[in-house]
Design a protein around this ligand. Structure first.
Ligand SMILES: Nc1ncnc2c1ncn2[C@@H]1O[C@H](COP(=O)(O)OP(=O)(O)OP(=O)(O)O)[C@@H](O)[C@H]1O
Ligand SMILES: [Mg+2]
Length: 362
């Protein structure tokens, strides 16, 4: 089976498309990967969309995003000289604009109309993965632990952490089963927001700005005292919670900007370390995925916080860090097409295994 996984995460850095070939055992081989940044105007719209945005604008954005996804699919097909009719499906995550699993009723919303994407590409689309989990009593996130287990199973207990906008951790047993998986807090989203505000850069390349600052211990303690960190899993979060307003509420206004950046990096590292120690699974190895794997400063802080754990980038396992989530959505789409129920009971708190996703035929 050949499937294109399409991921666009909370960092709003753009669209990742991964063309993946699965063998009969379900082992994925990455045939091609394409990243496209969101154009400036779309980015502004995505950054400002909220619960007060008129419904007409939301639906227009839903339609517009599908066109960008179609372009990303075309780009990865062209790059790999793969005609679309040789692709079995697209596994579409969509762009999260709202994730409120604790609201009554619980809601999550990913935009990027799958019907239009199927129409535009002529390829079957599998989408709406989070909705079914939410309907089944789960948090709707994270879904990554399922494919982390499939991609990174090994003989020793290990953990995988995805450093996207939010950090999510998956703990795997020595038999490669998921012990638990949950969101542990912000990874890049606060770092990105702070450098955007002060230096108009999309992100802190290699964490160089944070590395030049001093951690403000008092600020760090105030940030760490947020109840989310102490909550037991299952838990998930998003940028509607960890955002500029959340940070601003804890600032005195006297902090040097570089020191705040250093403190935010320290917070991300601490959140991961404390999450792993809270579930205390005797983890010996940690595999790092997501764009934050390229943040040398952040990785150094995680390593310092987990001195007994071997840390390596997923590229060392043959899969580039920035492609894992997109590969994962190809993996999830394959499971849906095969009618395979996935067990998220230990991850999202879903009541029972379920076939996730809706199928939008070509
Ligand atoms: N060279 C780099 N140095 C520092 N940070 C980087 C670098 N490259 C990428 N990043 C960080 O990675 C982020 C993008 O990561 P990724 O695409 O995995 O996150 P995402 O789109 O939010 O996905 P998720 O759904 O997992 O949250 C960027 O916003 C940036 O913060
Ligand atoms: Mg991304």
């Amino acid at each position: 089976m050949r499937i294109i996984g399409v991921m666009s995460g909370t960092s709003l850095d753009g669209i990742d498309a991964a063309l993946v070939e699965f063998d009969h055992a379900g082992t994925p081989q990455l045939l091609g990967f394409h990243h496209s940044a969101y154009p400036g105007e779309l980015l502004t719209t995505l950054r400002t969309i909220n619960a007060d945005t008129p419904l007409g604008h939301v639906l227009a954005l839903d339609a517009e995003l599908s066109t960008h996804y179609a372009q990303a699919v075309t780009a990865v097909c062209e790059q790999t000289h793969t005609p679309p009719d040789q692709v079995d499906a697209i596994g579409l995550h969509g762009q999260t604009v709202l994730h409120a699993p604790r609201a009554k009723p619980a809601v999550t919303c990913q935009l990027g109309d799958p019907s239009r994407l199927a129409q535009q590409t002529g390829i079957c689309v599998v989408a709406d993965f989070r909705q079914r989990d939410l309907a089944g009593g789960g948090e709707g996130a994270p879904l990554a632990p399922l494919f982390h287990a499939a991609l990174f199973a090994a003989q020793s207990p290990r953990a995988v952490v995805n450093l996207g906008g939010i950090a999510n951790v998956s703990v795997l047993s020595d038999r490669g089963e998921v012990v638990c998986g949950f969101d542990c807090g912000p990874a890049n989203t606060l770092l990105d927001g702070w450098i955007q505000r002060h230096h108009h850069q999309a992100f802190d390349a290699a964490g160089a700005w944070a590395a030049g600052g001093q951690v403000d211990d008092a600020l760090l303690e105030r940030l760490q005292s947020d109840a989310f960190f102490a909550r037991r899993p299952p838990k998930s979060t998003g940028t509607e919670y960890f955002n500029a307003a959340w940070l601003d509420a804890q600032l005195t206004g006297t902090e040097a900007p570089a020191d705040v950046q250093a403190t935010l990096a320290a917070l991300s590292a601490w959140a991961i370390a404390q999450a792993l120690s809270a579930v205390s699974a005797g983890v010996t190895d940690l595999i790092v995925t997501g764009g934050g794997a390229h943040n040398t400063d952040l990785i150094g802080r995680i390593a310092a916080a987990l001195p007994d754990v071997r840390i390596r980038d997923s590229a060392a396992e043959g899969l580039p860090a920035e492609a894992i989530e997109a590969i994962g959505f190809a993996w999830l789409a394959r499971a849906t097409l095969r009618g395979q129920a996935l067990d998220l009971t230990k991850i999202t708190g879903a009541k029972a295994p379920a076939i996730l996703g809706g199928i939008y035929p070509a």
